[in-house]
Design a protein around this ligand. Structure first.
Ligand code: AMP
Length: 286
């Protein structure tokens, strides 16, 4: 496995690779969720490239860019065991040598302005910009992303379609702890008391999923309000959102289109947790 920090070395190592290449972009601090993406990459291609880069462009001024856990040595030790070919872990200066103020940015409208985009101004433009830069640097055949960041996955799919980027985007299911909490690098911001109540997020998403799959005509605003109350009762702040949407457009769902999703983002102590559950509305409802 080559651990590479510069674009020049990346070009050299990339040029030597033959066959199909899969890319897994990450911010590091790898857990079993990331490793499931690497496993999928391994199964989808001849070579695997993992990027580790905490991208300042996607963090707001009040957000946790400085505090974000950086564990490159442990990450590389984990990746050694996955037959990853290349780890690309550049510095901020390597990727943004002129700084970030005047660089070309990618903006995926509408999808980037709602939900997490409404509370994290500029976040998804920062994500789309770094992802397209990595796509162009690495020229992979496919890239693997987690459904845990469901809105992000839709935005990347839209960017790729809109800009005719020649890459296949593969989504992978969310990996969870035994109690249902979605694995996340930010879970380590939770105190042990907060960690105990954090799976309530998964619990309420599942209740909503079960109720809607049993009866798609049930009162959606009432369900959303109930879920927010449940979270507040166990110690979450009022959620940024907990909302039921069409899984393709993130618009208000309609019974005629059976793929729905319930998405939530809520603070618990110092951690902002996000999660979602897909909902399959029975065709009879159409
Ligand atoms: P991050 O390092 O948080 O930027 O995440 C890198 C990739 O891992 C993204 O595509 C995430 O959606 C994905 N990911 C993060 N957490 C999980 C998880 N629990 N299960 C599956 N994929 C995940």
């Amino acid at each position: 496995m080559h651990i590479i920090n510069t674009i020049t070395d990346l070009h050299t190592a990339r040029t030597a690779l033959r066959g199909r290449i899969a890319l897994v972009p990450t911010m590091g601090n790898l857990h079993a969720g990331h490793l499931s993406l690497v496993e999928k990459a391994r199964a989808s291609a001849d070579h695997v490239i993992v990027t580790i880069f905490v991208n300042p462009l996607q963090f707001g001024p009040q957000e946790d860019f400085n505090a974000y856990p950086r564990t490159l040595a442990q990450d590389c030790a984990q990746l050694e065991r996955t037959q990853t070919d290349i780890v690309f872990a550049p510095s901020v200066h390597e990727l943004y040598p002129q700084g970030m103020n005047h660089i070309t940015r990618v903006l995926v409208p509408q999808l980037s302005d709602i939900l997490c985009g409404a509370v994290r101004a500029g976040h998804f433009s920062g994500v789309a910009t770094i992802v397209l830069r990595l796509f162009n640097l690495i020229r992979a055949d496919c890239a693997i992303f987690g459904e845990k960041d469901f809105q992000q996955l839709l935005i990347i799919r839209r960017m790729v379609a809109d800009l005719f980027v020649p890459i296949e985007i593969i989504g992978m299911p969310t990996q969870r702890d035994n109690d249902g909490l979605a694995l996340s690098s930010r879970n380590q911001y939770l105190s042990s008391a907060e960690r105990r109540v954090a799976p309530t997020l998964y619990y309420v998403l599942n209740v909503i999923k079960e109720r809607l799959e049993a009866d798609p005509t049930c009162d959606i605003p009432l369900l959303e309000t109930w879920a927010a109350q449940q979270l507040c009762e166990v110690g979450f702040n009022m959620p940024d959102y907990i909302t039921i949407r069409d899984a393709h457009t993130l618009d208000t769902p309609h019974a005629a289109q059976p793929d729905w999703v319930v998405l939530a983002a809520a603070r618990l102590g110092a951690a902002r947790l996000i999660d979602n559950q897909r909902i399959h509305i029975p065709h009879a409802a159409a």
